[in-house]
Design a protein around this ligand. Structure first.
Ligand SMILES: [Zn+2]
Length: 601
């Protein structure tokens, strides 16, 4: 059984489904910032959340409302989503106020306490409300054609609860952000106040709502108030917005498009995509018009509640008070060589970031001095590299190996966020394979860098590597990966293995150190020695890093934010021990000198 697990594990290269936990309110902003950081790193993948209640192990201990964050492409989420049990679908799109969105409106009504409003009246209110929204969109110039406004109505009403979402996707147009949607709905409320008066008991667009007492002496009491038809509290930053097909918690009231048969549980992918608030279709991304809807007094729209996330606003500078980190940059960081290798006057995206507050800023640098000054001024905790943006996007070919992906054969450190000399041998084997594989393709300029914690990056710097398309990169990855259906056509891979072993790689020692002797012997009996070695040692690469040109990559010689160890170059024959950081750091200085020699000769 164990062997089967290991074999199937080789097909695992699906990393754009990252999960972070938010167990309480305090860690919410930390988790969401982490998710934003990971999203930015992957070319701004969308972020979703899920109620922890349905997440297995954590479910019982988690407090009410706890969320897990998911960084995933729409396609990957869809693949998982359709396989979920319908009553487990409680996924929210995280609406980031930094980015544009469609106009969205939330309607809730307790039918029990609003008994005067019958089904007929419900319909009348809805029609009048949507009519008013359409008129205002036209009046404000969001679009000049009524036909371009398609209203999607998502309905999850059940019994005494009326619950609907209205979406107003307009082709080629987006609201600047969700605060502008809030300003729009406040304008709508104002129009109904003018039309039906501010005596809310008599205004048909103000409904009875129950509100829990907020003051100390009112705790436990419920008050009835009259509140506007549309919920104005949903225009905050980092808003959780329930997606198509999802229920709130275990209420089993999934949102379906009006007219869809909600007794069926089959979801429609087009509807799934159409109901995303911040999605921009690749076909329209070139010419989106941003629509700004100011408040009625012509001021910038505001968020409807907290300001605790405002530190992630763009106008706050990236800041770190870490003087130790600054000292590291000043003393060791090879500005000249790094800029020479990656800089390329003003056409290269550098991302400075700080994991603690989620700030992620993009810079271009005209010169090494600019690059150096900005680093010393802002002291970023990490620096990532995007593609060249001069003409067609290009980037070096990069492979990422993380020992976390070896958890089934890494008994020494398991799932922990560390590595040791024992499990590093898997990485060494990976380096030896990659170096052979890439030279076989005619690449010559290949450098390896230890991350500072438990993995390495392989940079292929040849000019022809930079020009490779995503498709070509995918083909390379496909050729490199071990496919368990390829038992008989594994020739090239078999040769790498025998070559590496002949050159002294002591796989037996690793197997014994990792207590995997029985498993290894079984595999040998079944498949022969070389294939067995493949199954235990073959490099497990993060496919997305290699194949997605927009995926940002951490540059070499950055201090690892968790271990504090700087990344450094490792030899192509994998003969060095990267865990050796001497107290005087002369080894680091020597390493940097060697790096300089390599790239300047
Ligand atoms: Zn280990």
């Amino acid at each position: 059984m164990l062997l089967i697990n290991k074999i199937s594990y080789f097909n695992y290269c699906f990393k754009d489904y990252l999960i972070f936990n938010s167990k309480n309110k305090g860690s919410f902003s930390k988790s969401i910032n982490r998710a934003i950081y990971e999203s930015n790193k992957r070319g701004r993948l969308p972020i979703f959340s899920k109620d922890v209640k349905f997440s297995g192990v954590l479910a019982t201990s988690a407090p009410k409302g706890a969320k897990i964050f998911i960084v995933s492409s729409y396609a990957s989420l869809w693949e998982k989503y359709i396989r979920m049990e319908p009553n487990q679908r409680c996924i929210y799109e995280i609406l980031l106020h930094e980015y544009p969105c469609h106009l969205y409106i939330d309607i809730d009504m307790n039918r029990e306490i609003n008994s005067k409003i019958d089904k007929n009246m419900e319909k009348k209110l809805e029609d009048e409300f949507l009519e008013e929204c359409t008129s205002l969109l036209l009046e404000l110039g969001a679009t000049n054609s009524k036909d371009s406004i398609k209203i999607l109505t998502l309905d999850s009403s059940k019994g005494k609860k009326l619950s609907k979402h209205f979406l107003f996707p307009i082709d080629g147009v987006r609201f600047k952000n969700n605060y502008h949607c809030g300003a729009f709905v406040r304008r709508i409320r104002n129009r109904f106040e003018i039309k039906y008066g501010t005596d809310y008991e008599k205004n048909r667009f103000f409904l009875k709502k129950e509100q829990k007492g907020k003051k100390k002496e009112d705790q436990g009491k419920t008050f009835q108030i009259f509140d506007f038809y549309a919920d104005l509290a949903v225009y905050t930053c980092r808003r959780n917005w329930r997606i198509y097909g999802s229920s709130k918690g275990d209420e089993n009231r999934p949102l379906y498009l009006s007219g869809e048969d909600n007794t069926k549980t089959r979801l429609n992918q087009d509807n799934f995509l159409a109901c995303m608030i911040q999605r921009i279709d690749p076909s329209e991304s070139e010419n989106i018009n941003l629509f700004e809807c100011l408040e009625m007094n012509e001021t910038e729209p505001y968020s409807t509640n907290n300001t605790s996330f405002m530190n992630t606003r763009d106008d706050i500078p990236l800041k770190s008070d870490n003087s130790e980190l600054k000292h590291y940059y000043e003393t060791y960081f090879p500005f000249d060589d790094i800029y020479k290798l990656f800089g390329q006057n003003n056409t290269r995206e550098f991302f400075f970031s700080n994991k603690d507050n989620g700030i992620w800023k993009k810079y271009f640098f005209k010169s090494v001095d600019e690059f150096k000054n900005k680093i010393l001024k802002t002291v970023p905790s990490t620096i990532h590299l995007g593609p060249f943006v001069d003409g067609k996007k290009q980037k070096e070919l990069v492979f990422d190996i993380d020992l976390n992906d070896y958890r089934n054969v890494r008994t020494c450190c398991g799932d922990s966020k560390k590595a040791c000399e024992k499990c590093w041998k898997y990485a060494q084997f990976g380096i030896l394979v990659l170096d052979r594989f890439l030279r076989n393709y005619g690449f010559e300029n290949i450098l390896f860098f230890f991350s500072g914690m438990k993995g390495f990056h392989c940079w292929v710097l040849d000019e022809k590597a930079k020009k490779l398309s995503n498709k070509a990169r995918e083909a390379l990855v496909k050729d490199l990966q071990l496919d368990n259906l390829q038992f008989n056509i594994i020739g090239k891979k078999r040769k790498y293995v025998s070559d590496i072993v002949k050159n002294g790689f002591d796989y037996k020692k690793v197997i014994i150190e990792q207590n995997l002797k029985n498993e290894f012997d079984n595999a040998c009996n079944k498949f022969g020695l070389e294939l067995a070695i493949c199954y235990f040692f073959w490099p497990k690469i993060d496919k997305e890093v290699t194949t997605n040109i927009t995926h940002a990559i951490k540059i070499p010689y950055i201090k690892h934010p968790i271990t504090g160890n700087p990344s450094k170059m490792i030899k192509n024959d994998a003969s060095d021990n990267p865990f050796c950081y001497s107290s005087s750091d002369t080894s680091l200085s020597e390493n940097i000198k060697e790096f300089s020699n390599v790239i300047n000769t």
